[in-house]
Design a binder for this molecule. Structure first.
Ligand SMILES: Nc1ncnc2c1ncn2[C@@H]1O[C@H](COP(=O)(O)OP(=O)(O)OP(=O)(O)O)[C@@H](O)[C@H]1O
Ligand SMILES: [Mg+2]
Length: 122
């Protein structure tokens, strides 16, 4: 199945990344495309903005930690056609652990990170 990945990132804070991600994802879903919003920000504002508990598990943390498959961490949202992979669990310690793990996965070829890596052609 063909898919398109949009990454919304900016080093500057407060410029509308989360707002853009949530609304663009909702618009794509409402246009009839199956849509998955992956909240990679440990602040979890997109997760909470979609009405999903910040502490929901499994979420991205468990996927990055190799404790859950991404397909099992995906959840529905109030927007038809839009599903989400929620951000990290609520405590500051777990958010720090998630950020650290995400950085490691982004910069290494560790097999323990393979489940979190986008595969080519998907
Ligand atoms: N197009 C817009 N017009 C006016 N206000 C906006 C717009 N987009 C976002 N905002 C407001 O700007 C503020 C910051 O938006 P948002 O939280 O999406 O930014 P962010 O880049 O994700 O921030 P952070 O770096 O903290 O994650 C919020 O109060 C949001 O409501
Ligand atoms: Mg944000």
């Amino acid at each position: 199945m063909m898919s398109t990945v949009y990454a919304i990132a900016n080093q500057k804070g407060g410029v509308g990344k989360t707002t853009t991600a949530v609304n663009v994802a909702a618009c794509i879903a409402e246009a009839g495309y199956a849509t998955l919003l992956v909240d990679v920000d440990p602040q979890a504002n997109a997760t909470v903005g979609l009405g999903i508990e910040r502490s929901r598990a499994p979420g991205l943390y468990e996927v990055l930690a190799g404790e859950a498959a991404a397909r099992d961490a995906v959840t529905g949202t109030p927007v038809q056609g839009l599903r989400a992979l929620s951000s990290c669990r609520g405590s500051p310690a777990s958010r720090t652990a998630c950020t650290t793990r995400w950085r490691r996965c982004a910069t290494t070829t560790s097999t323990s990170c393979s489940t979190a890596r986008p595969r080519s052609g998907r």
